[in-house]
Design a protein around this ligand. Structure first.
Ligand code: SF4
Length: 387
């Protein structure tokens, strides 16, 4: 079977900056959108030369089966620009596209855009819903309101998009047990095929994070739920989604049967993917590399025929082993210890046995999984795994 390859396209533009966000995304003049999309198409066309010049090995004889256009807010781009990006992928790679995802924010979705996305070849839309509570959305600096999510879902369904994913964030300012339950109920009433639930991580570089550190009232830092509340929110989500028929397949991800994200599974399975666009990351099985983060610098490099890469690392054997464990354990199916031990000629059993005795993981034959009650605090388990 031909090697499968995923393609990620990064669109780093947002309408406003959410208070909790410290991604390499920002509010740029929309006069940059069109040159940016053209640069992405050019990077896709030029990728064999760009890789060769940088000493990066191409993924040989690969067929692209998943594309994920994420951000930022890619739904801000003209649908024709998104269509050109997909066309560039089709003309420069062997493709059997099974899953083609676009990230979209609810307030940016119109009937015309939804129809154009579908016509361009997108068959999955991942919506940044975050909450169904307007008070929480306002405090987080989001542009949409609960009603926009309902309206957008209908427009996407009307356009024939039969695979929707909703993101929710557990831990937004003003979130309570009651409002969280309400968000979950409303998500279930719209029945997206897939849901991602992210636990709020306070980043010191975000405006909310700075308010947590230095005080203030502007971003509602004092209304953040505590860690115990977040753990309750997560556990409640696990129970609600399971009883509604969703399969919990990764720490933060649930899908109706057959709707697990094929693209994102590649990251956790260490399968190869190419990233195009500013700040996009790539992995060919042995090397990881990243593009320049600044969109203007990225566009200038591509327009001048220069390398757009700003980091390149050879993944060592030890790193590869650690990645297999960390990424593998994120999946609820767990990892096959015997396979990893034989692949890396490593003995991991004594360490795993210690973790099992501490209740952090559970074992079944050669399969190791995170203990169900440790999913909400998986980072703590990962720290112990290598200490
Ligand atoms: S839309 Fe996403 S990427 Fe953009 S500011 Fe908000 S959280 Fe960050």
């Amino acid at each position: 079977m031909a090697m499968r390859l995923g393609i990620y396209v990064q669109v780093p533009f947002c309408q406003t900056k959410c208070t909790y966000c410290n991604f390499h995304t920002g509010v740029f003049s929309n006069s940059l959108y069109s040159p940016y999309a053209a640069a992405v198409c050019c990077e896709i066309t030029q990728h064999p030369k760009l890789l060769k010049d940088a000493g990066i090995e191409e993924v040989a004889a690969a067929t692209v089966d998943t594309v994920y256009v994420g951000g930022g807010t890619p739904s801000l781009l003209e649908p024709s620009a998104l269509a050109r990006i997909l066309d560039s992928i089709r003309s420069n790679f062997s493709c059997e596209l099974a899953e083609v995802t676009l990230e979209a924010d609810p307030e940016t979705i119109t009937a015309e855009k939804a129809a154009a996305w579908r016509a361009a070849g997108f068959n999955r839309v991942s919506m940044g819903v975050q909450s169904f509570g307007d008070k929480e959305l306002i405090a987080a600096g989001r542009m949409h309101r609960r009603q926009d999510t309902y309206r957008a879902t209908q427009l996407l369904r009307d356009a024939g998009l039969a695979n929707l994913s909703f993101d929710l964030i557990a831990g937004l300012p003003h979130q309570t047990d009651a409002s969280w339950e309400n968000s979950l109920e409303q998500l279930l009433s719209l029945r997206p095929e897939h849901a991602s639930i992210y636990l709020m991580e306070i980043d010191e570089g975000s405006r909310l994070g700075r308010e947590v550190l230095s005080g203030g009232t502007r971003y509602s830092a004092s209304a953040l739920p505590d860690d115990d509340a977040m753990a309750r929110f997560y556990e409640h989500a696990c129970a609600c989604l399971a009883s509604a028929g969703y399969i919990h397949y990764e720490i933060s991800n649930w899908g109706l049967p057959g709707f697990e994200s094929r693209h994102n599974l590649k990251y956790w399975r260490r399968e190869p993917y190419y990233g195009f666009g500013a700040g996009a990351h790539s992995f060919n099985g042995a090397q990881r590399w990243a593009n320049a983060h600044d969109p203007a610098a990225y566009v200038a490099a591509i327009e001048q025929g220069r390398s757009c890469f700003e980091q390149l690392e050879q993944v060592s054997r030890q790193q590869a082993l650690e990645e297999e464990l960390f990424l593998g354990l994120r999946q609820l199916a767990g990892v096959d210890l015997a396979r990893i031990e034989s692949k890396y000629s490593a003995s991991l059993r004594p360490r795993i046995e210690e973790l099992r005795e501490r209740g952090l993981v559970e074992c079944e034959g050669t399969c190791v999984r995170l203990a169900p009650d440790r999913l909400a605090v998986s980072n703590e388990v990962f720290v112990h795994l290598l200490d």
